[in-house]
Design a protein around this ligand. Structure first.
Ligand SMILES: Nc1nc2c(c(=O)[nH]1)N[C@H]1C(S)=C(S)[C@@H](COP(=O)(O)OP(=O)(O)OC[C@H]3O[C@@H](n4cnc5c(=O)[nH]c(N)nc54)[C@H](O)[C@@H]3O)O[C@H]1N2
Ligand SMILES: Nc1nc2c(c(=O)[nH]1)N[C@H]1C(S)=C(S)[C@@H](COP(=O)(O)OP(=O)(O)OC[C@H]3O[C@@H](n4cnc5c(=O)[nH]c(N)nc54)[C@H](O)[C@@H]3O)O[C@H]1N2
Ligand SMILES: [Mo]
Length: 812
């Protein structure tokens, strides 16, 4: 083994150290700067950083280079965001709501009135009690999704959940937007969600992998930010992938950042057709006798029950490469070649999550697992599959130590209704109706009260026009936010939260490497009247006589110390909390043995003692349990189901000829940072870019740099054209997360106008006005944000985009 491969992590560290010490002139500037500012350590999803502060102002942000190997520009925008004009300054209440008139129909359209904290908290508590009287706790909906607000221990969604649990619970969500289809079925297929599991170590890939198939995985882009605090070390590893000469094949409608970096071969798949491609490959592998019969025999169950389908004996349609060519538009010859390369070389399939955020998304990982089983390399170093290489530095070796956890939601939830994430509009619109979910049936209760903290439903929910109309039916909507996001604008009561820069917190990182604990120290004083999420929910709990139970009488510092107690730093290394807080960061070594980790190796070595937690202990190519559910659109084995919207739908394509995908943003986390200067790097005339191929641009008569209207039956938006060869013909891409703002938002402020929600164009390019809330299937009921057809045309006259303006506030 060559040294540079083995030692790449060390090399990465040395390279960043060199940056710190370089240059005498810059050194002098740094010294002068240091004399005038205080340097305070903190951490974010974008990386660990120091804030340089003078007179309660953040004058610069620099990265903690020994914890962030390859910083991105996004971390710099955090200062701007903190002091942005789009901060929520005071508690406010929508005018008619405050006047006791309700008028939920005016949500998002009406000005707010500044009130005191007492009044605001009182009104929230009253609304909760009113809803409880009407429908019990089932009338309360805790819409605090996800935990993407920040990487600290005091996550707003956990704090909200903790509050509701103290008062008997609320309706919650189950599963995710991220991987709500695959994550719900994988455990029954391979005994683990796989989407959040430690991946085969980079070192094993570098040493052993000959072919890396990026099946929609954009490693370079989605690893720019992390759920905890991204260390960006994977980019050093990827350099070693390149040096090791790994052949990279990218199967994606976009020639992604990663494809470009790796100079990958590009398979320009039609969105939504990957399962057909895989079935074509599997059919070929079977008929040519090239597949790994021993692996199938020893490690899988039910191949014989899948074969009749693959060979067309069940439905009269054999899933040949020619059959797959028609669906995928990938030549049958290429399909065979792809299968041949993968069976003859040590091949690693890096799956993604976007493919399963699509109609019948449940089939995607299952097909990859079935294909990988036929290839027979599961559990071999550098072979098999991984569904998280693109996430949280997947491939990072694990320290084997404990970092630090977050605040728990505690017990007390008596509601027991968790609706699948992404069913939120249905929840509001369809009380009394039922929904199937993983073999069970859930009845939607009638919700009256909705609270969101630490997430942005008007950002994340598909078919956002449907959600806006649904939210207007509720009795009360409460949003806890530091910024005037479109979700805050849709509230009756907005409670201004401090940011992580305005209070103390801690973060463990990363999910897979588990080798850092960061102090997230208070950097500046809270802006205006904002309060910490913890304080806000303690105040609310107090209205129900539960403040003591909520807080256990502990201050934030006391909680942090308590959470820290369980870390290896305290338990094994004996570092006191005070020492940690003074140092600002704790680093654990990664043992050499961890770099040998190969996913599923234990199962491969001993499938009896290390049986998978599945029905048979083996990989379920067929699942009797799944078959027993009797669903129309999800059966006992992998199948090709035609998506409701895709380029293969000849009728629909006449009206809406382009497939729209909405990848995760390169310069944001979802909607976060959309209100900062860093967006100038990519926005076009202040709107979200739409990527389109040169052929399509010509066909639709649109030019690079101009604003166009993108539309379908669900809505329309304005986006800025980027003509590029890096997207396949027939496909356009708009990244998710632009702040919704209808074109008729009043000039001077940004209160939504628009009597007909579906007709008003979104002026900033929020892609979810176009996506559909159709579920993946009766099984997982997950989001299908990538199953969308649209058309585009010239925009005509446009007005300024006021998405980032606060609304009009009376008395402020
Ligand atoms: N079309 C389309 N839609 C998608 C997706 C897609 O691929 N395509 N992806 C989906 C996926 S996978 C996800 S995970 C979701 C993400 O959806 P969200 O989780 O809603 O995304 P964020 O915009 O990160 O929301 C975090 C919110 O927390 C707020 N916040 C930050 N700090 C604090 C704090 O200290 N206190 C409080 N109270 N709030 C704070 C931020 O301002 C922001 O509004 O989007 C989903 N939506
Ligand atoms: N910078 C940044 N990083 C992030 C996030 C962020 O907001 N910003 N969000 C984080 C979160 S919450 C999540 S869930 C993950 C998301 O991780 P992913 O879901 O994997 O990421 P996406 O960017 O949505 O999609 C990746 C690729 O899938 C391709 N794709 C779309 N449809 C198809 C299809 O039908 N077939 C194939 N083969 N490819 C398709 C897209 O073109 C895109 O290039 O990213 C995480 N990382
Ligand atoms: Mo996600």
């Amino acid at each position: 083994m060559n040294n540079s491969r083995r030692d790449f992590l060390k090399v990465g560290a040395a390279a960043s150290a060199a940056v710190v010490g370089s240059g005498t002139v810059t050194g002098a500037f740094a010294k002068e700067f240091a004399n005038r500012t205080t340097k305070i350590p903190s951490a974010s999803h974008f990386g660990a950083f120091y804030a340089h502060v003078r007179d309660n102002k953040i004058v610069d942000i620099t990265s903690q280079l020994d914890s962030d190997a390859n910083p991105t520009v996004m971390v710099k925008a955090l200062a701007d965001r903190n002091s942005s004009d789009s901060r929520v300054k005071y508690p406010v209440v929508r005018k008619s709501y405050l006047e006791g008139k309700g008028r939920g129909d005016l949500r998002g359209k009406e000005e707010f009135v500044r009130v005191s904290w007492d009044t605001a908290i009182d009104l929230v508590a009253k609304a909760i009690k009113k809803a409880q009287e009407k429908g019990g706790n089932e009338a309360l909906y805790n819409a605090s999704y996800g935990g993407w607000a920040h990487p600290g221990a005091f996550k707003p969604n956990a704090l909200a959940g903790r509050f509701f649990n103290q008062i008997g619970g609320a309706v919650r969500t189950s599963g995710e937007y991220s991987n709500g289809a695959a994550g719900q079925v994988n455990p029954s297929i391979v005994g683990d969600m796989e989407v959040y599991s430690i991946q085969t170590a980079h070192e094993q890939i570098i040493e052993n992998t000959e072919v890396m198939v990026l099946w929609g995985a954009d490693l370079y882009k989605t690893n720019r930010a992390g759920y905890s605090v991204h260390n960006h070390r994977c980019f050093d590893a990827y350099e070693e992938y390149k040096k090791a000469g790994i052949k990279v094949i990218s199967i994606d409608p976009i020639y992604t950042m990663s494809a470009q970096e790796f100079k990958a071969d590009w398979i320009k798949i039609r969105p939504g057709s990957d399962v057909a491609l895989m079935l074509g490959m599997m059919n070929y592998l079977y008929k040519s006798g090239k597949y790994d019969k021993d692996f199938i025999e020893k490690y899988t169950y039910g191949f014989d029950k899948f074969l009749p389908y693959l060979l067309g004996k069940e439905d009269g349609v054999e899933k040949t490469p020619e059959w797959a060519e028609k669906l995928t538009e990938i030549p049958a010859k290429t399909i065979r070649q792809l299968a041949d390369i993968m069976i003859s070389k040590r091949t690693f399939i890096a799956g993604n999550w976007a493919m399963q955020r699509a109609h019948h998304g449940e089939q995607v990982d299952w097909s990859i697992i079935t294909l990988a089983s036929m290839l027979g390399q599961v559990g071999l170093p550098g072979g098999g599959f991984g569904f998280s290489m693109h996430y949280e530095g997947g491939g990072d070796a694990n320290s084997g130590k404990n970092t630090i956890g977050g605040m728990s939601q505690g017990g007390g939830d008596k509601v027991k209704i968790a609706i699948p994430a992404s069913r939120m509009s249905d929840l509001i619109n369809k009380p009394g109706e039922t929904v199937t979910y993983k073999g069970k049936v859930i009845k939607y209760p009638k919700v009256e009260f909705m609270l969101s903290a630490g997430g942005s439903p008007i950002g994340h929910q598909p078919d956002v026009n449907e959600l806006i109309e649904a939210m207007r039916k509720l009795d009360t909507v409460v949003v806890v936010e530091p910024w005037w996001t479109p979700t805050a604008k849709m509230a009756d009561i907005v409670l201004p939260a401090t940011t992580t820069m305005e209070r103390d917190d801690v973060a463990g990182a990363m999910s897979y490497s588990a080798d850092r604990i960061y102090a997230m120290k208070k950097i500046v004083e809270p802006r205006y009247e904002s309060k910490d999420d913890y304080e806000i929910f303690t105040m609310l709990a107090d209205k129900f006589g539960k403040a003591r139970r909520y807080s256990r009488g502990r201050t934030v510092k006391q909680w942090l110390e308590r959470l820290y107690k369980r870390s290896s730093a305290k338990r094994e290394m004996g570092i006191s909390f005070e020492e940690f807080w003074k140092m600002g960061v704790i680093k654990y070594d990664i043992p050499k043995s961890a770099t040998k980790f190969v996913r599923h190796e234990a199962f491969r070595k001993d499938p009896v003692n290390n049986a998978l937690k599945t029905e048979t202990g083996k990989i379920q190519i067929f699942s009797d349990k799944f078959a027993s559910y009797g669903y129309e659109d999800f059966k006992g084995h992998v199948m090709w189901f035609e998506p409701a919207e895709w380029l293969g739908n000849e009728e629909l394509v006449k009206k809406y000829p382009l497939h729209l995908v909405s990848p995760h943003p390169t310069y944001r986390i979802h909607s976060q940072l959309d209100n900062t200067w860093v967006q100038n790097v990519h926005k076009v005339q202040g709107r979200e870019p739409i990527r389109i191929s040169p052929n399509d641009a010509k066909k639709f008569g649109v030019k690079d740099g101009e604003i166009v209207e993108v539309y379908n039956d669900r809505g329309s938006l304005l986006a800025g054209v980027v003509v590029t060869n890096t997207i396949r013909d027939g496909v356009v891409a708009i990244e998710e997360g632009a702040w919704y703002s209808p074109e008729d938002a009043k000039a001077g402020d940004s209160i939504f106008g628009g009597s007909d929600q579906r007709k008003v164009r979104c002026n900033s390019g929020q892609v979810n006005v176009l996506t559909s809330s159709r579920p993946t299937s009766q099984m997982a009921q997950a989001t299908t944000a990538n199953t969308v057809l649209v058309s585009i045309k010239k925009a005509g006259t446009v007005s300024p985009n006021v998405a980032y303006n606060p609304p009009k506030i009376i008395g402020a």
